[in-house]
Design a protein around this ligand. Structure first.
Ligand code: OTU
Length: 653
């Protein structure tokens, strides 16, 4: 019954499309629309079906999809078609990403174009350029407060520059990732300005309230994202004389997705950026898309429906384009952003593996992999056509997002353990070489997160200051150890700009009034390209890190076992310092890889016989794929150096 209704509606809509749309050759569009319409209609109906103008809104939705399909270039349409044929393309081990701030890395889009060879030298072939849209001149949350979703900030360049960069990257078989900040706009966005001028239509784009009644109800259960600098979730706007919901900073107004006009506008914007040549769109803060009184207003069911609807619509207009879910939430919640009850991703194909990231930092601070092993073995398998974005650092703080039950299961008290991790990385723990700072400390909950660059967090800053060569070496070993894991775990590794050179904290941010309140700027470096040249100087810190990573990346690309087909198996070798797993090459099992990582400051060992006896492997002549050498052994004991790792070629039975 229902499908018939949706077919009837679709035919009606097609009849009503404007003649200029109908006249075009839309064959592929119609095929995909036909295939997806039942889902689109159902989702749109679940979200907005109670409205009288529902059908009118649905017509607008389809018109937007058709309009952007018409605007899509032939080159991108051809890419869509080839990716439909090879629809698991992004699971390949050949992809290696880097996230960067354009101004800090290269100044502007021209500069970035010139620096592409540098990225290629390292082996990076996916570039995530963080927000470059028009944004406020002062504080803009690093561009995550957007003034205009359809134009590049003039400090970064022009739309034309972006399209040039996009086609340059395509020519080099590299991918472009751009952000779409779907949850909020800046208070300078035209919608916000018109809301302020009293236009009801635009006040309805946001959550605007005449008094504190509803805000107070929300506040009873909503946590605070930036408790120190933007406490509470609402801001009083003088011009409107009303309260507006601002979950992040006071100048970031949350969009109201109960209004279908907002959904349609944002879909149009998503498709617009797909049409500018983005291969992947990072959807920012997706956990926050739906607000409900009495809840945390994160991970709500409707937030998932919105994402599914974005995906279904994008699949019609620009099916080659992937979504990254940026949902830095609890482990069991993150995985839902691939889409629940599905075999292949029906929301976002890629999700930040914030769980793994936080666990890596835990392992480093504790010198053991207990919580890492425990938590990863508890994670459900991801869907088939979906993959993780694995990272060590990004432009944000490190949140200690592990599960309390897992912490208890390995014998720690959750509160005390989190306090220890925080003390360790902020350097207040006696034995800690880390130089991080606490971010987002919440006096009410005792919660806090961590800022600082990878190099400063692992102790390179302290080691260089002390002139301690051993400690310098240890920091470098740890930088490579962490990367060896994000490069082998399964998923797309996302390096963070500056980490490949061991960039230390940038304290200069504190003199900039637009940044001084936000210590995440510690780890958002401005490149010193002179220093980057040191990567060519043998023995320099920069060379040791850069070449180490370059080697790891090259080896990753050569090992099909490292592609992401749910082909990972965790192995308990009975040594808590070690994190061990296999990556099975499904096509040629003898090319499988045994990944072994040692988080201890001392050499560690495990018994290879044990593995053999358990009938899991034939490990004959051992060879480390990274160094090409045979690892040290004493009888059957495999020896792993302090903070060392191996990618061993092996054959599981
Ligand atoms: C994202 O952050 C961005 O990555 C941040 O740079 C922005 O400040 C923020 O959105 C607002 O646009 O929303 O789903 O703990 O991890 O705010 C998680 C802080 C987010 C960030 C969190 C994150």
């Amino acid at each position: 019954m229902y499908e018939q209704q949706s077919h009837f509606l679709l035919n009606n809509i097609l009849d009503q499309l404007k003649p200029e749309i109908r006249r075009r050759d839309l064959r592929h569009f119609y095929t995909r629309l036909g295939a997806n319409f039942y889902a689109i209609h159902s989702l749109f109906h679940r979200l907005y079906g109670q409205r009288e103008d529902f059908e009118e809104q649905l017509l607008r939705l389809v018109s937007v999809m058709a309009g952007q399909y018409i605007a899509r270039s032939d080159e991108l349409k051809a890419l869509d078609a080839s990716r439909e044929r090879d629809h698991l393309w992004f699971l390949s081990q050949e992809w290696v990403g880097m996230a960067l701030y354009l101004d800090g890395f290269a100044g502007d889009l021209h500069g970035l174009d010139e620096r592409v060879p540098y990225l290629q030298e390292l082996g990076v072939n996916m570039v995530h350029v963080m927000p470059i849209l028009e944004c406020p001149r002062g504080a803009s949350d690093g561009g995550y407060a957007v003034n205009n979703f359809r134009d590049i900030d003039d400090r970064a360049g022009t739309l034309e520059d972006l399209r040039t960069l996009g086609s340059d990257l395509r020519r080099r078989n590299m991918l472009l990732t751009l952000d779409v900040v779907v949850n909020h706009t800046s208070d300078e966005h035209e919608w916000a300005r018109r809301a302020r001028q009293g236009e009801q239509r635009y006040q309805d784009y946001y959550y605007v309230f005449a008094n504190r009644d509803i805000p107070d109800l929300f506040e009873q259960s909503m946590p605070e994202v930036f408790p120190e600098t933007a406490p509470g979730n609402f801001t009083f706007d003088e011009a409107m004389n009303k309260w507006v919901m601002t979950v992040f900073n006071t100048y970031q107004w949350d969009l109201n997705y109960t209004n279908p006009a907002v959904f349609i506008e944002m879909l149009d914007i998503i498709l617009f950026w797909a049409n500018q040549g983005a291969d992947i769109l990072r959807l920012d803060a997706v956990a926050f898309l739906w607000k409900k009184i009495g809840t945390t207003s994160q991970n709500e069911r409707e937030a998932h429906l919105i994402l599914q609807l974005f995906k279904d619509c994008c699949q019609v207009t620009a099916p080659g384009v992937l979504f990254i879910a940026e949902a830095i939430v609890a482990p069991v919640e993150i995985i839902k952003y691939f889409g629940e009850d599905a075999v292949i991703a029906k929301e976002c194909e890629i999700a930040y593996n914030a769980t793994f990231m936080a666990l890596l930092w835990d392992a480093l601070a504790t010198h053991n992999a207990k919580l890492l092993n425990q938590s990863i073995s508890n994670l459900p398998d991801k869907l088939d056509r979906a993959t993780w974005l694995n990272y060590v650092r990004c432009h944000d703080d490190i949140g200690l997002g592990f599960d309390d039950a897992d912490i208890r299961a390995v014998g720690y008290d959750p509160a005390a353990h989190r306090r220890f991790i925080l003390d360790y990385y902020t350097g207040s723990w006696a034995d800690s070489p880390a130089r991080g700072q606490a971010f987002g400390r919440n006096e009410k909950t005792g919660d806090a997160r961590i800022s600082g660059t990878l190099a400063s967090l692992v102790g390179l800053e302290a080691a260089l200051a002390a002139g301690d060569a051993d400690e310098v070496q240890r920091s470098i070993d740890q930088i490579l150890l962490l990367h060896s894991l994000i490069l082998s775990f399964g998923g797309i590794p996302l390096l963070y700009y500056g980490d490949e050179l061991g960039t230390l904290n940038n304290y200069a941010y504190s003199v900039d009034p637009a940044k001084t309140q936000d210590n995440r700027w510690l780890h958002r470096p401005a490149y010193d390209w002179q220093r980057a040249e040191l990567r060519h100087q043998r023995g320099s810190v920069e060379q040791r890190i850069f070449d180490g990573l370059k080697q790891l990346i090259a080896v990753r690309k050569s090992l099909p076992a490292l592609a992401d087909f749910n082909n990972r198996e965790l192995i308990d070798v009975g040594n808590p310092h070690l994190f061990v797993f296999t990556r099975n090459d499904l096509a040629s099992p003898q090319e499988s890889v045994l990944v072994v990582a040692n988080f201890s400051d001392f050499p560690e060992q495990f018994d290879l016989n044990d593995l053999r006896n358990r009938g899991r492997f034939t490990v004959g002549e051992l060879r480390d794929a990274v160094s090409g050498a045979s690892p040290e052994q004493f009888n059957e004991q495999l020896v792993i150096p302090a903070n060392g790792f191996y990618w061993l070629m092996c054959s599981p039975y």
